[in-house]
Each structure stands twice: as C-alpha cells, then as structure tokens.
Design a protein around this ligand. Sequence first.
Ligand code: CS2
Length: 487
Amino acid sequence: MRRLGPDILNDYEGTARRPAYDRRAVAPGIVHLGIGAFHRAHQAAYIDERLGEEPDWAIIGASLRRGDMREALAPQDFLYTLAVRHGAETQARIIGAIVDVLHAPPGNRPVIEAIASPVTRIVTLTVTEKAYCRNPASGDLDFEHPEIKADLGETDGAVSVPGLLAAALAERRRRGLPAITLLSCDNLPDNGATLARVVTQFAQERDPSLARWIADHVAFPSSMVDRIVPATTDADREALAAMTGYHDAWPVVTEPFSQWVVEDSFAAGRPALELAGVIMTGDVAPFEAMKLRLLNASHSALAYLGVEAGYETVAEAVADPVLTAYLEAMMRDEIIPTLSVPHVDLDAYGRALLERFANTALKHRTMQIAMDGSQKIPQRLLGTIRDRIAQRQPCQRLALAVAAWIRHLSGSNGNGDRYEIDDPMARELSGIAGRTLPDVLAFGNAILDLQSVFGDLSGNEDFRDVVLAQLRILFDDGAITAMAATR
Ligand code: CS2
C-alpha cells in the first residue's frame, strides 16, 4: 500500500478530499507549539481552508516533549488525514497546512529560531493546562516549578513553555523584529491573559526590560476552542487505510462539531479566519465560561464517575441513563444559572453536548480525560461552585464531581481495578492517598487542604462538608448510587 505523501496528491482518486490549493505555493506564517491530535483536527483544519486565498499562513509545528509526531509525519511531507466520524459515517480529508514539525529538546533552538523569524506573525499554542507552569488556583507563574527553575538558572533556558517563549521574544527584540501575536488555544479561562501573565512574569524575573518590550510588542488574544479529538488508535489507522487506499502513519479522528471563537486583537495581521467559520469577537469570556463550565466540567465529571463505575469510553458512560440524568441535572440546575452568553440557548447547548458525547464512532477514553485533574478542576468546576456558594444555592452535583476526582486519586475504582495517576502533582496526590487511606475523611480533608488547587475554597466549611459527604457515599456505595442520590 502506498504511503501518504506529495505524490499521492497528483493522481489520487480515492475517497479522501485533497487540499484545494497548490501546496508548493504555501509559505509559513504561524508557529504552533504542541502539535498533537487536537491542533491537527482544529486550528490546522481552519488554516487549511484559507491557504488557497492566503498562502503565506502555513504552519510550522513544534513538539516540545515528544519526537514521535515528527517521525511519523516527516516521511509524508507533513501531510495527514483528518477523519470526521459520526455513527457509521466517516469523511476523510487530507490536510496540507503543516509544512514542518520541529523537535529539538532540550534547548529547542530551532523552535526559537522559527518564532524569531521575520515571517512568523502568529504563534499558536495547544500545550495543555500544565505547560503554563502556573499555580492553578492563583494563576501566577509557579517559580518553584522545576522547569521554570531550570530555565531561570540558565541564560537561555527554554525547557518550559514560558521560558521558551521568553527566549524567542528576547531574540526577536535583539533582531529588531516587529510585533507578534501569541494565541493561546488551551482550555483555560482568559487564556490570553493567562499566557501573558506567565510569559511576562518569567521575563520580568530574567530581564525587566524584556517584560516592557513584551508589553509593547506582543498581543495575547484569548480564544475558545472546541472539538472532541480522542487519541488515534491502531484500529483507526487500519480502518482509514482500508477506506482511503493509502497508509498514513498518524491520521486524526474527530467529530463533526468544531468551534473556534477568537478575540480579534492581533498585532501583526491574521488570516481571514471568519471566512473559514471562526467567530471573531471582542469578548471571548462568555463563550469560554460556557465551554469550560458545561462541556469540560461534564467531561471531567463523567470521566471520574465513569472510571469509578467501570466505563472505558465516554459513549459507554453516557449510555447509562443514571449518568446522563445526573449530567443533565447538573447542567440545568447548577451550571446554567451561573452563565449568560449573548444569543446562545444554553439548554440547547447542553443537550447538544450529550449527543456529542454519545457519538459511538469516537472511542474517547475516560482515562484520557481523567488525566491532569489538578490542572483542570479549578476552571472546570470550582469557579461555578464559588458562584453557587456566593448565591447560597445548592451545588451537590458539582461537589460529587469534585469528590469523584478525589476518589480517583486513591488509584483504584469501585471494581478494584488499579491504575496510575497521570498528573503533574501525582507524587504529592498519591502520597496523600498512601498516608491517609483507608481513612476516607482524613484523605478527603488532606486533598481539600491543597491551596494550589482549591484556593479560598480550602477554608470554606460548607464546601468541605458537601464534598466530604459525597466522597463518603462514593467510597461506601459507588458512583451509580452516588449519582442517583443527588438532588
Ligand atoms: C477534554 C477536552 O481531555 C479533556 O480534558 O475535556 O480535551 C475536550 O475534549 C475538548 O476541550 C473538547 O473541545
């Protein structure tokens, strides 16, 4: 079987859609940090739509951690297949928007060079929550983070994302290059300001004049991104090869739904993303709150409760009517009352989410969503809980979701299956479990004491009581009983 590559584009007659532009005519204008499946199913697909009209916005991707993406895509000249799946239907499209993938740890020099190139006008990021190296509760750069310490200990340290960006921006300043835009596409509230904060705090520590240069020369728009993109499996690779007639070492599988809402404040131009279906706006915050509090909160809740109940995938979990009723009630009664998004019917948005979760063609593993909880829980659940408590309104279902995360940290589920905790705080979290369990109350209290996750809520007795009550039920009676009992 032929391998996907430029020659296939010339004479391919199979079912996958080819790029509608001459790929030899495109040139890079964007550097993307964190070139995983999500970026390739989302931002790269939007850019791909624009390259016919605007060929100088192609993407140079960078993997800071792993070399496997470069290895898979380089022999294909960075072409890959995007497969959109719903039920039994699959539509495949070849994406040509990525023209290189860099991987050069530990110094990441080629990535710094790419960002400090005069042709680069935008840097986009999908590096996940933990790569911002921030204290999840306060949002400030964590100066105790080992990578931040290492980067600050060297003149040009660039292991961490804030360190790398500061080094690249210092290089742009040295070269006298014009302004640039850093566009965060991670699931964080106010992600533009969040990125600005960690990069500027890093720069301030290294060289205050760099921090001032950044304030004058770098735009940090916020953006809300949404598309469910499970990790690609070997079964996906095989099914797509059979369908398209060529071998792609790393295709991406996703759902039909896709949304990108971007704050329209760029420092050095941008592609006409609105012509590719992107919502350009002055204020992303309401969309971001809607997505984090409804989609991502439900995802985390169903991941922890789903793992606890023994469900392997999201679609399996939402096929359980008890779990779906719990999610529906949590959205309707506890989350939607805290939100206000102009021109959006939030009840319809919530219903659509459950349909998206029920897509059986996506094997989205509950364990995949369960990872990095310490970095996700604050913006997905705790902000809503704060609002509910301030309004003296009940938040039992949200509290059950938090309790389910804590239960998860015990390292085994209700069936006795054991698993590793995948989280940047794993050592501390598992240490607490080891020290306190089987004393459930001591365990719950010790986790709730973690200020870096819970912030002010650590000291809130009402919050503690409701979470500990749910935790007790989870340990005694399991996830299904706990969900059925919430009111
Ligand atoms: C998920 C997200 O893994 C997770 O934590 O909640 O990746 C989710 O699939 C996306 O945000 C959907 O847009």
